[in-house]
Design a protein around this ligand. Structure first.
Ligand code: STL
Length: 402
Protein backbone atom coordinates (compact mmCIF):
# COMPACT_ATOMS: atom_id res chain seq x y z
CA UNK A 1 0.00 0.00 0.00
CA UNK A 2 1.27 3.42 -0.93
CA UNK A 3 0.25 4.85 2.47
CA UNK A 4 2.88 2.72 4.18
CA UNK A 5 5.62 4.26 2.11
CA UNK A 6 7.24 7.29 3.74
CA UNK A 7 5.97 10.36 1.87
CA UNK A 8 8.49 12.12 -0.32
CA UNK A 9 6.81 15.53 -0.13
CA UNK A 10 7.88 17.67 2.84
CA UNK A 11 4.96 17.89 5.35
CA UNK A 12 4.87 21.71 5.30
CA UNK A 13 5.00 21.83 1.49
CA UNK A 14 2.25 19.20 1.34
CA UNK A 15 0.07 21.08 3.85
CA UNK A 16 0.43 24.34 1.92
CA UNK A 17 -0.49 22.65 -1.37
CA UNK A 18 -3.46 20.85 0.17
CA UNK A 19 -4.90 24.05 1.66
CA UNK A 20 -4.01 26.47 -1.18
CA UNK A 21 -6.81 28.68 -2.61
CA UNK A 22 -9.45 27.28 -0.25
CA UNK A 23 -12.10 29.37 1.43
CA UNK A 24 -12.08 27.43 4.68
CA UNK A 25 -10.47 24.47 6.44
CA UNK A 26 -12.09 22.82 9.46
CA UNK A 27 -9.72 20.96 11.81
CA UNK A 28 -6.44 21.56 9.98
CA UNK A 29 -4.65 19.90 12.92
CA UNK A 30 -6.03 16.52 11.79
CA UNK A 31 -4.21 17.01 8.48
CA UNK A 32 -1.02 18.24 10.17
CA UNK A 33 -1.02 15.25 12.49
CA UNK A 34 -1.19 12.79 9.58
CA UNK A 35 1.61 14.55 7.70
CA UNK A 36 3.93 15.50 10.57
CA UNK A 37 3.35 12.91 13.31
CA UNK A 38 2.03 9.81 11.55
CA UNK A 39 4.23 10.69 8.56
CA UNK A 40 1.97 9.16 5.95
CA UNK A 41 0.03 10.26 2.89
CA UNK A 42 -3.24 12.04 3.60
CA UNK A 43 -6.34 10.16 2.46
CA UNK A 44 -9.21 12.31 1.27
CA UNK A 45 -12.24 12.23 -0.94
CA UNK A 46 -14.37 14.50 -3.09
CA UNK A 47 -17.95 13.46 -3.74
CA UNK A 48 -20.18 14.38 -6.61
CA UNK A 49 -23.74 13.30 -7.32
CA UNK A 50 -24.25 12.37 -10.99
CA UNK A 51 -27.35 14.46 -11.67
CA UNK A 52 -27.43 16.94 -14.60
CA UNK A 53 -24.66 17.25 -17.19
CA UNK A 54 -21.45 18.51 -15.61
CA UNK A 55 -20.64 22.12 -16.56
CA UNK A 56 -17.60 24.41 -16.68
CA UNK A 57 -17.72 24.89 -12.90
CA UNK A 58 -16.24 21.38 -12.64
CA UNK A 59 -12.84 22.71 -13.64
CA UNK A 60 -12.63 24.37 -10.21
CA UNK A 61 -12.55 21.29 -7.93
CA UNK A 62 -10.35 19.57 -10.55
CA UNK A 63 -7.51 22.02 -9.97
CA UNK A 64 -7.71 21.16 -6.27
CA UNK A 65 -7.62 17.42 -6.99
CA UNK A 66 -4.44 18.20 -8.92
CA UNK A 67 -2.97 19.91 -5.83
CA UNK A 68 -3.91 16.96 -3.60
CA UNK A 69 -2.29 14.46 -5.95
CA UNK A 70 0.83 16.63 -6.22
CA UNK A 71 1.01 16.66 -2.41
CA UNK A 72 1.07 12.85 -2.45
CA UNK A 73 -2.48 12.40 -1.14
CA UNK A 74 -4.51 9.27 -1.77
CA UNK A 75 -7.50 10.78 -3.53
CA UNK A 76 -10.89 9.14 -4.01
CA UNK A 77 -13.68 10.49 -6.18
CA UNK A 78 -17.03 9.29 -4.89
CA UNK A 79 -19.65 8.99 -7.61
CA UNK A 80 -22.60 9.35 -5.25
CA UNK A 81 -25.22 7.61 -7.38
CA UNK A 82 -27.66 7.00 -4.55
CA UNK A 83 -27.38 10.64 -3.51
CA UNK A 84 -28.33 11.66 -7.05
CA UNK A 85 -31.43 9.50 -6.60
CA UNK A 86 -32.17 10.73 -3.06
CA UNK A 87 -32.01 14.39 -4.09
CA UNK A 88 -35.58 14.61 -5.38
CA UNK A 89 -34.87 11.84 -7.88
CA UNK A 90 -32.70 14.16 -9.95
CA UNK A 91 -31.34 10.93 -11.38
CA UNK A 92 -33.91 8.13 -11.77
CA UNK A 93 -32.51 4.66 -10.98
CA UNK A 94 -32.78 3.53 -14.64
CA UNK A 95 -30.27 6.14 -15.81
CA UNK A 96 -28.07 6.70 -12.78
CA UNK A 97 -25.44 4.08 -13.73
CA UNK A 98 -24.90 5.72 -17.10
CA UNK A 99 -24.69 9.14 -15.53
CA UNK A 100 -22.10 7.90 -13.05
CA UNK A 101 -20.06 6.56 -15.98
CA UNK A 102 -20.51 9.84 -17.82
CA UNK A 103 -19.27 11.78 -14.78
CA UNK A 104 -16.30 9.44 -14.36
CA UNK A 105 -15.25 9.81 -18.00
CA UNK A 106 -15.79 13.57 -17.88
CA UNK A 107 -13.71 13.99 -14.72
CA UNK A 108 -10.91 11.86 -16.18
CA UNK A 109 -11.02 13.83 -19.44
CA UNK A 110 -10.82 17.18 -17.62
CA UNK A 111 -7.86 16.00 -15.53
CA UNK A 112 -6.01 14.67 -18.57
CA UNK A 113 -6.69 17.92 -20.42
CA UNK A 114 -4.93 19.89 -17.69
CA UNK A 115 -2.01 17.42 -17.53
CA UNK A 116 -2.89 15.82 -14.19
CA UNK A 117 -1.68 12.22 -13.80
CA UNK A 118 -4.73 10.14 -12.84
CA UNK A 119 -3.23 6.70 -12.19
CA UNK A 120 -3.42 7.27 -8.43
CA UNK A 121 -6.97 8.53 -8.39
CA UNK A 122 -9.63 6.06 -7.20
CA UNK A 123 -13.23 6.13 -8.33
CA UNK A 124 -15.84 4.58 -6.06
CA UNK A 125 -19.55 4.18 -6.73
CA UNK A 126 -21.64 5.03 -3.65
CA UNK A 127 -23.99 2.07 -4.15
CA UNK A 128 -21.00 -0.31 -4.02
CA UNK A 129 -21.00 -0.04 -0.20
CA UNK A 130 -24.04 2.06 0.75
CA UNK A 131 -26.40 -0.90 0.31
CA UNK A 132 -24.59 -3.20 2.74
CA UNK A 133 -26.32 -4.20 5.98
CA UNK A 134 -23.51 -2.65 8.00
CA UNK A 135 -24.03 0.74 6.35
CA UNK A 136 -27.81 0.48 6.67
CA UNK A 137 -27.54 -0.17 10.39
CA UNK A 138 -25.28 2.87 10.70
CA UNK A 139 -27.92 5.03 8.96
CA UNK A 140 -30.42 3.84 11.57
CA UNK A 141 -27.97 4.61 14.38
CA UNK A 142 -27.48 8.10 12.96
CA UNK A 143 -31.25 8.53 12.61
CA UNK A 144 -31.48 7.90 16.35
CA UNK A 145 -29.05 10.68 17.29
CA UNK A 146 -29.69 13.41 14.70
CA UNK A 147 -32.88 15.45 15.01
CA UNK A 148 -35.14 15.99 11.99
CA UNK A 149 -34.42 19.68 12.31
CA UNK A 150 -30.66 19.26 12.24
CA UNK A 151 -30.78 16.86 9.28
CA UNK A 152 -33.03 19.30 7.40
CA UNK A 153 -30.75 22.26 8.09
CA UNK A 154 -27.65 20.28 7.16
CA UNK A 155 -29.02 19.64 3.70
CA UNK A 156 -30.46 23.12 3.14
CA UNK A 157 -27.73 24.35 0.77
CA UNK A 158 -27.24 21.08 -1.09
CA UNK A 159 -30.55 19.24 -1.41
CA UNK A 160 -32.95 20.87 -3.86
CA UNK A 161 -35.48 22.86 -1.81
CA UNK A 162 -39.04 22.09 -2.83
CA UNK A 163 -42.48 22.98 -1.53
CA UNK A 164 -43.24 19.59 -0.05
CA UNK A 165 -39.86 18.18 1.03
CA UNK A 166 -39.41 14.42 0.89
CA UNK A 167 -37.95 12.21 3.59
CA UNK A 168 -35.03 11.41 1.27
CA UNK A 169 -33.65 14.90 1.89
CA UNK A 170 -33.14 14.02 5.55
CA UNK A 171 -31.35 10.74 4.79
CA UNK A 172 -28.99 12.40 2.30
CA UNK A 173 -26.84 14.30 4.87
CA UNK A 174 -26.65 11.28 7.21
CA UNK A 175 -25.25 9.18 4.38
CA UNK A 176 -22.73 11.81 3.34
CA UNK A 177 -21.43 11.86 6.92
CA UNK A 178 -21.13 8.06 6.96
CA UNK A 179 -19.31 8.04 3.62
CA UNK A 180 -16.26 9.50 5.38
CA UNK A 181 -15.99 6.43 7.58
CA UNK A 182 -16.69 3.91 4.83
CA UNK A 183 -14.20 5.50 2.46
CA UNK A 184 -11.62 5.40 5.27
CA UNK A 185 -10.43 8.95 4.75
CA UNK A 186 -8.81 11.59 6.94
CA UNK A 187 -10.58 14.49 5.21
CA UNK A 188 -13.41 15.40 2.87
CA UNK A 189 -13.19 18.11 0.23
CA UNK A 190 -16.12 19.99 -1.33
CA UNK A 191 -17.63 23.40 -2.10
CA UNK A 192 -18.39 25.70 0.81
CA UNK A 193 -22.08 24.91 0.14
CA UNK A 194 -21.37 21.53 1.78
CA UNK A 195 -20.35 23.21 5.06
CA UNK A 196 -23.46 22.31 7.08
CA UNK A 197 -23.17 18.64 6.13
CA UNK A 198 -19.47 18.69 7.02
CA UNK A 199 -20.30 20.10 10.46
CA UNK A 200 -23.04 17.47 10.92
CA UNK A 201 -20.45 14.78 10.18
CA UNK A 202 -17.95 16.26 12.64
CA UNK A 203 -20.58 16.46 15.36
CA UNK A 204 -22.06 12.99 14.94
CA UNK A 205 -19.50 10.46 13.70
CA UNK A 206 -17.82 10.32 17.16
CA UNK A 207 -21.14 9.19 18.73
CA UNK A 208 -21.01 6.12 16.49
CA UNK A 209 -17.45 5.43 17.59
CA UNK A 210 -15.94 6.84 14.39
CA UNK A 211 -13.32 9.55 14.18
CA UNK A 212 -13.92 13.17 13.28
CA UNK A 213 -12.52 14.21 9.90
CA UNK A 214 -11.00 17.44 8.59
CA UNK A 215 -12.96 19.41 5.97
CA UNK A 216 -11.59 21.39 3.06
CA UNK A 217 -13.83 23.90 1.28
CA UNK A 218 -13.56 25.59 -2.09
CA UNK A 219 -15.19 28.97 -2.71
CA UNK A 220 -18.34 28.93 -4.85
CA UNK A 221 -17.83 30.26 -8.35
CA UNK A 222 -20.54 32.59 -9.59
CA UNK A 223 -22.45 31.79 -12.78
CA UNK A 224 -22.79 34.01 -15.84
CA UNK A 225 -26.14 35.61 -15.07
CA UNK A 226 -26.86 38.65 -12.93
CA UNK A 227 -26.96 37.72 -9.25
CA UNK A 228 -24.21 35.18 -9.53
CA UNK A 229 -25.51 31.65 -9.01
CA UNK A 230 -25.42 29.00 -11.69
CA UNK A 231 -29.08 28.20 -12.02
CA UNK A 232 -30.76 25.10 -13.39
CA UNK A 233 -33.70 27.17 -14.58
CA UNK A 234 -31.44 29.53 -16.57
CA UNK A 235 -29.48 27.48 -19.13
CA UNK A 236 -27.51 30.59 -20.11
CA UNK A 237 -25.95 30.81 -16.65
CA UNK A 238 -23.86 27.67 -17.17
CA UNK A 239 -21.97 26.01 -19.98
CA UNK A 240 -21.89 22.23 -20.38
CA UNK A 241 -18.50 20.64 -20.81
CA UNK A 242 -19.46 19.25 -24.23
CA UNK A 243 -21.14 22.42 -25.45
CA UNK A 244 -20.71 23.32 -29.14
CA UNK A 245 -18.31 26.25 -29.77
CA UNK A 246 -21.14 28.31 -31.29
CA UNK A 247 -23.36 27.77 -28.25
CA UNK A 248 -20.45 28.76 -25.98
CA UNK A 249 -20.17 32.05 -27.92
CA UNK A 250 -23.91 32.62 -27.70
CA UNK A 251 -24.08 31.96 -23.95
CA UNK A 252 -21.06 34.14 -23.23
CA UNK A 253 -22.55 36.92 -25.34
CA UNK A 254 -25.70 36.87 -23.22
CA UNK A 255 -23.76 36.92 -19.91
CA UNK A 256 -24.34 39.85 -17.60
CA UNK A 257 -21.35 42.18 -17.99
CA UNK A 258 -21.65 45.94 -17.51
CA UNK A 259 -18.83 48.38 -18.45
CA UNK A 260 -16.42 49.06 -15.59
CA UNK A 261 -18.35 46.85 -13.14
CA UNK A 262 -15.85 44.31 -11.79
CA UNK A 263 -17.98 43.31 -8.81
CA UNK A 264 -20.85 41.49 -10.50
CA UNK A 265 -19.06 39.88 -13.38
CA UNK A 266 -19.21 36.13 -13.90
CA UNK A 267 -16.75 36.39 -16.79
CA UNK A 268 -14.03 37.91 -14.62
CA UNK A 269 -14.80 35.29 -11.94
CA UNK A 270 -14.36 32.57 -14.53
CA UNK A 271 -10.92 33.92 -15.44
CA UNK A 272 -9.96 34.27 -11.79
CA UNK A 273 -11.22 30.89 -10.52
CA UNK A 274 -10.86 28.67 -13.59
CA UNK A 275 -8.42 30.03 -16.18
CA UNK A 276 -5.87 31.35 -13.67
CA UNK A 277 -5.48 28.14 -11.57
CA UNK A 278 -5.30 25.99 -14.71
CA UNK A 279 -2.51 28.12 -16.13
CA UNK A 280 -0.69 27.98 -12.78
CA UNK A 281 -0.97 24.18 -12.91
CA UNK A 282 0.20 23.88 -16.48
CA UNK A 283 2.95 26.50 -16.60
CA UNK A 284 3.98 27.19 -13.01
CA UNK A 285 2.62 29.24 -10.16
CA UNK A 286 2.97 32.80 -11.39
CA UNK A 287 2.28 32.21 -15.03
CA UNK A 288 -0.73 34.07 -16.42
CA UNK A 289 -1.45 34.99 -19.99
CA UNK A 290 -4.84 36.01 -21.31
CA UNK A 291 -5.13 36.74 -25.00
CA UNK A 292 -8.00 38.74 -26.50
CA UNK A 293 -8.40 38.87 -30.25
CA UNK A 294 -9.64 42.44 -30.19
CA UNK A 295 -10.59 44.12 -33.49
CA UNK A 296 -8.08 46.70 -34.77
CA UNK A 297 -10.58 49.57 -34.45
CA UNK A 298 -10.78 48.96 -30.68
CA UNK A 299 -7.03 48.76 -30.16
CA UNK A 300 -6.13 45.43 -31.76
CA UNK A 301 -5.17 42.07 -30.19
CA UNK A 302 -3.96 42.29 -26.59
CA UNK A 303 -2.41 39.90 -24.02
CA UNK A 304 -2.77 40.50 -20.29
CA UNK A 305 0.07 39.20 -18.13
CA UNK A 306 -1.77 39.14 -14.82
CA UNK A 307 -5.37 38.86 -13.68
CA UNK A 308 -4.98 42.11 -11.69
CA UNK A 309 -3.94 43.96 -14.86
CA UNK A 310 -6.93 42.58 -16.79
CA UNK A 311 -9.36 43.47 -14.01
CA UNK A 312 -7.94 47.00 -13.75
CA UNK A 313 -8.25 47.51 -17.51
CA UNK A 314 -11.91 46.47 -17.32
CA UNK A 315 -12.52 48.70 -14.28
CA UNK A 316 -10.97 51.67 -16.14
CA UNK A 317 -13.12 50.82 -19.18
CA UNK A 318 -10.02 50.34 -21.31
CA UNK A 319 -11.34 46.85 -21.94
CA UNK A 320 -14.97 46.72 -23.08
CA UNK A 321 -17.58 44.02 -22.34
CA UNK A 322 -17.70 42.74 -25.97
CA UNK A 323 -13.90 42.33 -26.03
CA UNK A 324 -13.85 40.58 -22.64
CA UNK A 325 -16.57 38.26 -23.95
CA UNK A 326 -14.52 37.41 -27.04
CA UNK A 327 -11.54 36.51 -24.82
CA UNK A 328 -13.59 34.36 -22.43
CA UNK A 329 -15.49 32.52 -25.19
CA UNK A 330 -12.18 31.71 -26.92
CA UNK A 331 -10.63 30.60 -23.60
CA UNK A 332 -13.59 28.32 -22.80
CA UNK A 333 -13.56 26.80 -26.28
CA UNK A 334 -9.84 26.10 -25.91
CA UNK A 335 -10.48 24.36 -22.56
CA UNK A 336 -13.37 22.32 -23.96
CA UNK A 337 -11.71 21.23 -27.23
CA UNK A 338 -9.83 18.24 -25.74
CA UNK A 339 -13.00 17.10 -23.92
CA UNK A 340 -15.00 17.14 -27.16
CA UNK A 341 -12.19 15.18 -28.81
CA UNK A 342 -12.21 12.49 -26.11
CA UNK A 343 -15.97 12.23 -26.38
CA UNK A 344 -15.83 11.86 -30.17
CA UNK A 345 -13.15 9.15 -29.90
CA UNK A 346 -14.73 7.06 -27.13
CA UNK A 347 -17.89 5.02 -27.86
CA UNK A 348 -18.29 4.16 -24.16
CA UNK A 349 -18.45 7.89 -23.38
CA UNK A 350 -21.06 8.39 -26.12
CA UNK A 351 -23.17 5.50 -24.87
CA UNK A 352 -23.06 6.83 -21.30
CA UNK A 353 -24.28 10.21 -22.57
CA UNK A 354 -27.01 8.77 -24.75
CA UNK A 355 -28.41 6.43 -22.11
CA UNK A 356 -27.74 8.72 -19.16
CA UNK A 357 -29.45 11.71 -20.72
CA UNK A 358 -32.12 10.30 -23.05
CA UNK A 359 -33.81 12.93 -25.21
CA UNK A 360 -36.85 14.16 -23.36
CA UNK A 361 -40.13 13.43 -25.03
CA UNK A 362 -42.20 16.55 -24.54
CA UNK A 363 -45.40 15.59 -22.80
CA UNK A 364 -48.00 18.10 -21.83
CA UNK A 365 -47.57 18.95 -18.18
CA UNK A 366 -50.39 17.62 -16.08
CA UNK A 367 -50.67 18.85 -12.55
CA UNK A 368 -49.38 16.21 -10.17
CA UNK A 369 -51.27 15.97 -6.89
CA UNK A 370 -48.90 16.86 -4.08
CA UNK A 371 -47.79 13.95 -1.97
CA UNK A 372 -48.58 15.03 1.55
CA UNK A 373 -49.79 11.63 2.60
CA UNK A 374 -53.44 11.31 3.49
CA UNK A 375 -53.53 11.91 7.22
CA UNK A 376 -52.98 15.56 7.85
CA UNK A 377 -55.37 18.28 8.91
CA UNK A 378 -57.24 19.67 5.95
CA UNK A 379 -56.33 16.80 3.65
CA UNK A 380 -59.73 16.90 2.01
CA UNK A 381 -60.09 20.66 1.84
CA UNK A 382 -56.94 21.43 -0.15
CA UNK A 383 -57.45 23.64 -3.19
CA UNK A 384 -55.72 23.53 -6.55
CA UNK A 385 -54.76 27.22 -6.62
CA UNK A 386 -52.79 26.81 -3.42
CA UNK A 387 -50.90 23.94 -4.98
CA UNK A 388 -49.95 25.87 -8.09
CA UNK A 389 -48.53 28.85 -6.22
CA UNK A 390 -46.38 26.62 -4.01
CA UNK A 391 -44.99 24.86 -7.08
CA UNK A 392 -44.03 28.25 -8.51
CA UNK A 393 -42.06 29.18 -5.42
CA UNK A 394 -40.37 25.78 -5.55
CA UNK A 395 -39.31 26.39 -9.14
CA UNK A 396 -37.82 29.73 -8.21
CA UNK A 397 -35.91 28.14 -5.36
CA UNK A 398 -34.39 25.55 -7.66
CA UNK A 399 -30.62 25.90 -7.97
CA UNK A 400 -27.54 23.90 -8.70
CA UNK A 401 -24.37 23.71 -6.70
CA UNK A 402 -20.83 22.82 -7.57
C1 STL B 1 -24.25 17.69 -6.12
C2 STL B 1 -23.37 18.50 -6.80
C3 STL B 1 -22.08 18.53 -6.35
C4 STL B 1 -21.64 17.80 -5.29
C5 STL B 1 -22.51 16.99 -4.62
C6 STL B 1 -23.83 16.94 -5.03
C7 STL B 1 -22.01 16.20 -3.52
C8 STL B 1 -22.50 15.02 -3.19
C9 STL B 1 -21.91 14.13 -2.19
C10 STL B 1 -22.61 13.00 -1.87
C11 STL B 1 -22.10 12.10 -0.95
C12 STL B 1 -20.88 12.35 -0.38
C13 STL B 1 -20.18 13.50 -0.69
C14 STL B 1 -20.70 14.39 -1.60
O1 STL B 1 -20.37 11.47 0.53
O2 STL B 1 -21.21 19.30 -7.03
O3 STL B 1 -25.54 17.63 -6.57
Amino acid sequence: MSTEVTPTVDPQVAFDLITKNLQEVLNPQIIKNVLEVEKRHLKLYWGTAPTGRPHCGYFVPMTKLADFLKAGCEVTVLLADLHAFLDNMKAPLEVVNYRAKYYELTIKAILRSINVPIEKLHFVLGSSYELTSEYTLDIFKMANIVSQNDAKRAGADVVKQVANPLLSGLIYPLMQALDEEYLKVDAQFGGVDQRKIFVLAEENLPSLGYKKRAHLMNPMVPGLGQGGKMSASDPNSKIDLLEEPKVVKKKINSAFCSPGNVEENGLLSFIEFVVQPIQALKFGDNHFEFFIDRPEKFGGPITFKSFAELKQAFRDEKLSPPDLKTGVADAINALLAPLREEFAANPEFQEAEKKGYPVEVKVKKTKKPKNKGSRYPGAQAQTKTEDASVEKVAEQLEKTTV
